[in-house]
Design a protein around this ligand. Structure first.
Ligand SMILES: [Zn+2]
Length: 260
């Protein structure tokens, strides 16, 4: 009788484990008020303003770097590689945003590999960790990129979409995010309220301010207001790769169909 009960319970557990959504994608409960900060395009103000401010609050963050054409050499607009290296030394994650900010839906498999490898090689040369997070330039995705990112050992890849990330539902290579600009303050504060019930809020931030692309600029005072709010309301603010403590990426890759 007793053994019968045990084997009954065991079969229920095996059955639950095989159901999508009740798998072990989530390793440990995701706390409310969990925010991932990401910064795109290697903008100069990431080194001069954002990094020190995050440090002040003890926040983590991911800097998605590329050599943005045509004027990556303009160091008023973009970071020097030494500054990117310095952010890594400060403990921030450096993620891959392709070599030349190339939209992945416009190129061959070989070219995407080349674009990824350029940034990986640059990191290796400068004594930085191999990137494990990727952000799609211009949020443009392509089904072919999924297989390539997996082959190349990436853990997460980020898109736009303005919704909270649900690790039980969203493919880890199609992680949605909210983008900050100069005029969507209300939307961002509403987004912060969605970091609960297993959902994580991921922010995409460009320059603070952005001297290269004015339409994605975030004013420093507004960004500071966001950071102070997250601090004062006891949010946990981490880099993208830190999500592995909560998410079994392999399980998620095996279980969730990418929805484009
Ligand atoms: Zn970008």
């Amino acid at each position: 009788m007793r053994w019968g009960l045990l084997s009954f319970l065991a079969s229920i557990m095996i059955f639950m484990g095989s159901l999508p959504g009740i798998s072990q994608i989530v390793r440990q409960p995701i706390p409310d008020k969990l925010v991932v900060l990401t910064f795109d395009d290697a903008v100069s103000t990431h080194a001069t303003f954002v990094g020190p401010l995050l440090k002040k609050y003890g926040f983590g963050g991911t800097f998605f770097v590329c050599e943005f054409p045509p004027d990556f050499e303009d160091k008023h607009k973009y970071m020097r590689w030494e500054q990117i290296q310095q952010l890594a030394r400060m403990g921030f994650e450096i993620g891959n945003h392709t070599w030349k900010h190339t939209h992945v839906n416009t190129i061959s498999k070989a070219r995407l590999e080349e674009e990824l490898h350029y940034i990986e090689n640059k990191c290796e040369t400068l004594g930085m960790e191999k990137p494990v997070s990727f952000a799609y330039p211009a949020y443009e995705t392509d089904p072919s990129a999924i297989g390539i990112l997996q082959e190349q050992g990436y853990l997460f890849a980020r898109v736009g979409g303005d919704q909270a990330y649900d690790p039980e539902k969203h493919h880890p290579y199609l992680m949605p995010s909210f983008s900050t600009t100069k005029d969507n303050r209300d939307q961002i504060f509403q987004a912060f309220q969605q970091a609960k019930e297993g959902k994580i809020v991921v922010l995409t931030v460009h320059g603070v301010p952005d001297y290269a692309h004015e339409w994605v600029t975030t004013p420093p005072a507004l960004f500071e207001e966001y950071m102070k709010y997250l601090h004062d309301h006891h949010f946990q603010v981490i880099a993208m790769k830190d999500l592995v403590q909560y998410i079994d990426v392999q399980k998620a890759l095996d279980t969730i169909e990418p929805a484009f």
